[in-house]
Design a protein around this ligand. Structure first.
Ligand SMILES: NC(=O)c1ccc[n+]([C@@H]2O[C@H](COP(=O)([O-])OP(=O)(O)OC[C@H]3O[C@@H](n4cnc5c(N)ncnc54)[C@H](O)[C@@H]3O)[C@@H](O)[C@H]2O)c1
Length: 230
């Protein structure tokens, strides 16, 4: 059902969900594609098209019931299930992420923290004991890990990402400013993804890249650009 859906549509679903959360907090019970479109700075056609990838959520001419559409988007995005997350690299950024409470709004649960610094191993951060990265394989044998957040120095990120793939994670949120290269192996038909990387999604988060893009757009105001997605 979800093949052929543009990545941007998924980003917009996250934006619509955030808008619905705000509407619900303001006790607004109904919305429409026009209203959602205005709040998300997209067209109503775009809203309807994005939602149509996943089903029929509204009533023609009546719009959407906020809690119902919110519940449906939560279901589509998989936010109604528990996601076990490990953080690899528990330095400044890794600790800030571990201490940031919003992840628990949905069922993202930090289950493990991994580092290599002997001063950090054994320390408690938000109720979890930092373990050495060499413990990750054994940890993964007893605890399901769905996602890994990568907050190690750039020159360590590729190896750490491989450790996460070997541990069976299905998604990596990469904060290090490098492009992670999933391991491949040669076959008669050419290079193929190694089995541990099949189906693994990588998302990059880089605020420095955002600052660089901002610098460009500030220098080129005629290209003014307003990002409307996450
Ligand atoms: N995406 C963003 O917006 C953003 C913002 C800030 C920093 N960063 C990046 O995030 C990363 C971390 O930055 P920081 O300031 O927290 O660095 P830091 O030096 O404070 O922390 C990095 C941690 O990684 C640990 N580490 C090193 N090798 C490891 C390995 N193989 N396995 C596990 N842990 C390992 C180190 O011991 C250290 O504790 C860097 O790559 C940095 O460039 C990204």
């Amino acid at each position: 059902m979800t093949s052929g859906i543009p990545t941007a549509a998924i980003s917009r679903l996250v934006t619509y969900l955030r808008i619905l959360e705000h509407l619900e907090a303001e006790n607004v019970s109904r919305t429409s594609s026009n209203d959602l479109a205005e709040r998300a700075s997209v067209t109503a056609f775009q809203v309807r098209k994005d939602l149509a990838y996943f089903g029929r959520f509204g009533t023609r001419g009546m719009g959407y019931t906020v809690p119902v559409l919110k519940r449906e988007l939560v279901r589509v995005l998989g936010l109604n299930q528990t996601w076990n997350v490990v953080i690899v690299g528990v330095g400044r950024l890794g600790q800030a992420i571990a201490n940031y409470p919003a992840a628990s709004d949905y069922q993202f649960t930090y289950v493990g923290l991994f580092d290599v610094n002997p001063d950090l191993i054994g320390q408690e951060v938000r109720g979890l004991t930092v373990q050495h990265i060499s413990e990750l394989p054994a940890f993964a044998r007893t605890t399901r890990i769905d996602m890994g957040f990568l907050a190690v120095p750039p020159d360590r990120a590729q190896d750490a990402a491989q450790s996460l793939a070997d541990a069976g994670v299905r998604g990596i949120l990469n904060f290090a400013p490098i492009v992670i290269q999933p391991r491949t192996h040669d076959t008669d038909a050419g290079p193929d993804l190694s089995p541990e990387w099949r189906g693994v999604t990588i998302e990059n988060v880089d605020f420095l890249a955002g600052m660089k893009r901002l610098a460009f757009y500030i220098l080129n105001p005629h290209l003014q650009h307003i990002q409307t997605e996450e």
